[in-house]
Design a protein around this ligand. Sequence first.
Ligand code: DC
Length: 229
Amino acid sequence: MKLSVAIDGPAGAGKSTIAKMVGDRFNLMYINTGSMYRAITLSALEKSISYEDVDGLCELMNDLDMEFQNDELILNGENINNKLTLPDISANVSNYAAVLEVREKLVHLQRKMSEKYNVIMDGRDIGTVVLKDAPFKFYLTASPEERANRRYNELQRKNIDVNYDKILEEIKKRDYIDSHREINPLTKAEDAIEIDTTSMTVDEVVNVISKHISSNLDRIIIKRGNDIQ
Ligand code: DC
């Protein structure tokens, strides 16, 4: 049995930064599931496959091999991480992530990873679908304005020219699509701990999560029969 930690929440809530840091503290493999949806979007856009072309997407996915190395997604042997946060991908990914066949394929892959490694996984449906039985679940939120601000600063640091109002608009649009789609919409799992990060520093959030894991880890290991390895 492997240990798993699920982190869900809307775009820009700080999930990936925080999951990476908590993963380092507890020696867990960090799986950024958003980057998997982004990788499919990138490949589909490069090949001009629309999100409505389900057959085309299935064919495309059959040829895609994904694995994580040092927190980064490797697609068919290539590190494509610097392309995944480009505005064009962000603007289109929600549509591809709403396709049933895309979700089935990626949920299957994510579960396989969680059977092989101790993981901390972030996304939208981790606590509700992918790792329903995870002993640790967290749901991170922040106001749309604060989230847009974080994305704006992140892109500026990468020297990508962006407009704050446009980012805010896209975040709101993405929130709407992610939480209203028919299949596995973004919702908090009943047993997830909700943390509003709007006025918290990254370290504060990491400490809250780490404290919760540390103080419950022994109990979880005993409950699962001491067989977490
Ligand atoms: O976390 P992110 O912004 O990189 O996610 C990109 C998109 O992928 C987002 O619009 C929602 C979607 N997504 C999803 O539907 N399910 C996940 N587990 C992770 C991401």
